[in-house]
Design a protein around this ligand. Structure first.
Ligand code: UGA
Length: 428
């Protein structure tokens, strides 16, 4: 039988969690602070691009299993479980800012049913379970850490097919109750203490970021020694101890999680008296990667970007999302601009040209329009549709046919046959 669940915050994590729990048979009320968003969601309209989420939200709203209300205090009256899914942005010192979490806890405290369980799904520093307990100030309410491992773009799939469910709780009975919410998902369940659960989340993201920085560093070595990183990764990945996931070289990692969480873990370690030099190195390699891609573009343009046009295909932090947060494309555009380039960008997710994060980039809604008059075309995200564009047409509209393929996405030999100068990442 389903449980009554409240979700505080309808960002990527909250909305995916709410819609998926409703799909699993629970009755879910989600709260947000933006009235227009609440109204749109109750009408089944999803404001973000996330595969399969529209269908689940519409299904839930139609069946009555899923509804949306304004204000956290209005969502929790019947809830046996309350998920906190509010943002934990990076504060000035690199540490995660917990003010939204504390505020949400204060807001719901007086309205919670006796014995309700509050579940922390936001990524929070180790020890935050205690912070929430203090903010709630209710001895009958157990607070449990239940980190999420959802990738934007495949969040619904990841929720319904998890590699593991991690529950961190001091109160074993509360942990077992939370585990009951996930019955029906075939995944290993790990029950541990709150600090370990919180650390699992940071360690997982930091390890994945490390893999990517490592492969980007290996790509630089490949360029220097005349090896091909695609072949190197293939050969490494056959080793089951290494695996082939998260070893795609690229323009550097970005998004709303890796940058924020890697800095937060460096800070958590520092506060605990450990200098996490390895992770600082991972962050440095990533920053250098933005410069390396800009260097490639500059070199391809003949050594100077002053007054030259560069076309960017892909503005979001990866393909199949419309999320621009901490996007490597925007970082690289900034470097190109500082070197005197005019930057024109196209993205299949159709971002608004007025989005302040894209200031300085001329955003157009057609890939050929972006390439028109460009000295260099740079492919910065791995949208499949880029592969199938008409490259004869691209060559025709460009200043000269030159491409920097920062995702090793395109068919290099086909482009070279068409007369393109081509440079990828880690390929000679
Ligand atoms: C990441 C984690 O993968 C999730 O498990 C986690 O739950 C989530 O953060 C979070 O903390 O909420 P996400 O930020 O959606 O998910 O994006 P990823 O698919 O992990 O990609 C992160 C960045 O790494 C992107 O810029 C992507 O282009 C880059 N990347 C990824 C590579 O350059 N190479 C790869 O092989 C994989």
């Amino acid at each position: 039988m389903g449980s009554n669940v409240a979700i505080i915050g309808t960002g990527y994590v909250g909305l995916t969690t709410g819609a998926c729990l409703a799909h699993l048979g629970h009755t879910v009320v989600c709260a947000d602070v933006v009235p227009e968003k609440v109204a749109a969601l109750n009408a089944g309209e999803v404001p973000i691009l996330e595969a399969g989420l529209d269908e689940l939200v519409r299904e839930g709203v139609k069946s009555g299993q899923l509804s949306f209300v304004l204000g956290a205090e209005n969502a929790v009256a019947d809830a046996e479980f309350v998920y906190l899914c509010v943002p934990t942005p990076q504060g000035g010192d690199g540490a995660a800012d917990l003010s939204y979490i504390e505020q949400a806890a204060h807001q719901i405290s007086a309205h919670l049913q006796p014995e309700a369980v509050v579940i922390n799904k936001s990524t929070v520093p180790v020890g935050s379970t205690r912070v929430v307990e203090r903010a709630l100030g209710r001895s009958d309410i157990a607070v449990v850490s239940n980190p999420e491992f959802l990738r934007e773009g495949s969040a619904v799939h990841d929720f319904l097919n998890p590699d593991r469910v991690v529950i961190g709780a001091d109160d074993q009975a509360a942990a077992i109750r939370v585990a009951g919410l996930y019955l029906g998902l075939a995944a290993p369940l790990q029950v541990t203490d709150p600090a370990s659960a919180e650390t699992i989340k940071y360690a997982s993201n930091a390890f994945l970021a490390t893999k990517i920085s490592f492969v980007n560093a290996i790509a630089a070595v490949c360029e220097a020694v005349g090896a091909d990183v695609n072949d190197v990764v293939l050969g490494m990945g056959y080793d089951k101890r290494i695996g082939n996931a998260f070893l795609r070289p690229g323009p550097g990692w970005g998004g709303s999680c890796f940058p924020k969480d890697s800095h937060a873990l460096v800070k958590i370690a520092e506060d605990a008296g450990y200098d996490f030099g390895l992770l600082r190195g991972v962050i440095d390699v990533n920053r250098e990667q933005f410069e390396r891609v800009a260097d490639k573009i500059e070199k391809m343009a003949g050594g100077s970007l002053e007054g030259r046009t560069v076309a960017l295909w892909g503005l979001t932090f990866k393909a199949r999302t419309d999320d621009l947060r901490d996007s490597p494309s925007i970082e690289i555009a900034g470097v190109l601009k500082s070197r005197g380039a005019r930057v024109v960008g196209f993205d299949p997710s159709s971002p608004s040209a007025h989005d302040s994060r894209l200031a300085g980039i001329e955003v157009v809604d057609d890939p050929y329009a972006a390439a028109t008059g460009a000295a260099v075309l740079a492919v910065l995200t791995e949208w499949d549709e880029f592969k199938w564009l008409d490259f004869d047409k691209v060559a025709e509209v460009m200043d000269a046919p030159r491409v920097v393929d920062a995702r090793n996405l395109l068919d290099r030999s086909a482009l070279v046959r068409r007369g393109f100068a081509y440079d990828g990442i880690g390929r000679h």
